[in-house]
Design a binder for this molecule. Structure first.
Ligand code: SAH
Length: 211
């Protein structure tokens, strides 16, 4: 169930669904999603579905992870900020595609578990922080890419500022259960925005939770 073959089948399905970038498909093929999921649900790790990871949160559906990743990496990007570490799976996929990943999570037990998993995979290019990602990570910015995996009602101003010129942000936006997945490109003159998809994410919340 956790074999390379099941993972390859997931990759074939993603490719059928229009994810074409070889680097993204390779990252999915080489990242064991089952280790990011509690044992009781690990047998469902290679289904194309979101799964609960505790604390009311979910690991995103593989198609959405692949779509957001492919959208972010329309061009190579070296430093990427992720908001909402959750299980750590998306961070592991990003780590396969860029030099350095910065990721922030507000729920302490989730980030601790994610840290253990990423260490087990020897992904030493992921830098993690317990905190409120709402303001981004100004000390480490600007970033070539920002991937937000929880939905703000409006995109925080700080995130625009932490995007470098030529950088791209992929972010689900909205207060409802279904949100717009927006792509925001920073150009020398300002910002270009487009909506690529409709998605379902948990809300981006304020503050930190230690239990
Ligand atoms: N990327 C994750 C899934 C994201 S679920 C994965 O690959 O598993 C969304 C996550 O965002 C949750 O873990 C939630 O606690 C976190 N989150 C919500 N608001 C946040 C905030 N303001 N700062 C940091 N993390 C936040």
């Amino acid at each position: 169930m956790t074999s390379q073959r099941t993972r390859d089948r997931l990759v074939a399905r993603l490719s059928d669904q229009g994810i074409t970038q070889p680097a993204v498909l390779d990252a999915v093929a080489s990242t064991p999603r089952h280790i990011f999921i509690d044992e009781a649900l690990a047998h469902r790790a290679y289904e194309d579905t979101a799964l609960p990871i505790g604390h009311g949160q979910t690991i995103s559906q593989p198609f959405i992870v692949a779509l957001m990743t492919a959208t972010l990496f329309n061009v190579p990007r070296d430093r990427v900020l992720e908001l909402g570490t959750g299980s750590g799976y998306q961070a592991a996929i990003l780590a396969a595609l860029c030099q350095r990943v910065f990721t922030i999570e507000r729920i302490e037990p989730l980030i601790e578990r994610a840290r253990t998993r990423l260490q087990a995979l020897n992904l030493n290019n992921v830098i993690m922080k317990l905190g409120d990602g709402y303001r981004g990570w100004p000390e480490q910015g600007p970033f070539a890419g920002i991937l937000v995996t929880a939905a703000p009602r409006v995109v925080p101003e700080e995130l625009f500022q932490q995007l470098e010129v030529g950088g791209r942000m992929v972010v689900p936006v909205g207060a409802d259960e279904v949100q717009e997945l927006r792509v925001i490109d920073r150009t020398p003159d300002g910002y270009d925005e487009q909506v690529v998809e409709h998605v379902r994410f948990v809300p981006l919340l304020k503050g930190v939770r230690t239990s």
